[in-house]
Write a protein that binds this ligand. Structure first.
Ligand code: ZN
Length: 150
């Protein structure tokens, strides 16, 4: 048991996050207090981020770090993937990516449901993947049409 410095409640140790630097290996404030604090400064943090990333050097550093992260997770081929229930209305979506790790994170950010995503096809050539994707769209999968047959 440990007493939280913030709310003064005595709680079980699992209710405190880890802190390697402290004697008992736990943070001084309980998880609930940390969560409440984080929520209370959310707008402030957002405003700070806006100012911070408006500075060209910081913006460039973030862009470079995002790009390095993207490159590290990139596959040497293009996959046609499906989200079976992407808007939680049982409609399936399909898309193409060479970076499913990044793509699924983006889908989540956009409020889509990525649960149960699966691979419909794997292609070395991106155009071939897009053509395959459009065939799935014709079969009823949602998503943007990328490839127009000429
Ligand atoms: Zn507390």
């Amino acid at each position: 048991m440990k007493t939280c410095k913030k709310c003064n409640e005595t709680k079980s140790l699992e209710l405190f996050s880890k802190n390697k630097a402290s004697k008992d290996g736990k943070q001084v404030n309980c998880k609930a207090c940390n969560k409440a604090h984080k929520a209370s400064i959310k707008e402030e943090t957002k405003a700070y981020g806006k100012v911070y990333y408006n500075i060209p050097a910081n913006k460039a550093a973030k862009k470079a770090s995002d790009k390095a992260y993207y490159e590290a997770k990139k596959l040497p081929y293009h996959i046609v993937y499906a989200l079976p229930d992407f808007r939680n209305d049982e409609r399936a979506y399909c898309g193409v990516t060479d970076n499913p790790h990044y793509r699924m994170a983006r889908h989540k950010q956009q409020g889509n449901n990525t649960q149960g995503w699966f691979i419909l096809g794997v292609f070395v050539d991106r155009e071939e993947a897009l053509i395959a994707e459009d065939k799935y769209h014709e079969q009823g999968y949602c998503g943007a049409k990328h490839w127009e047959k000429s």
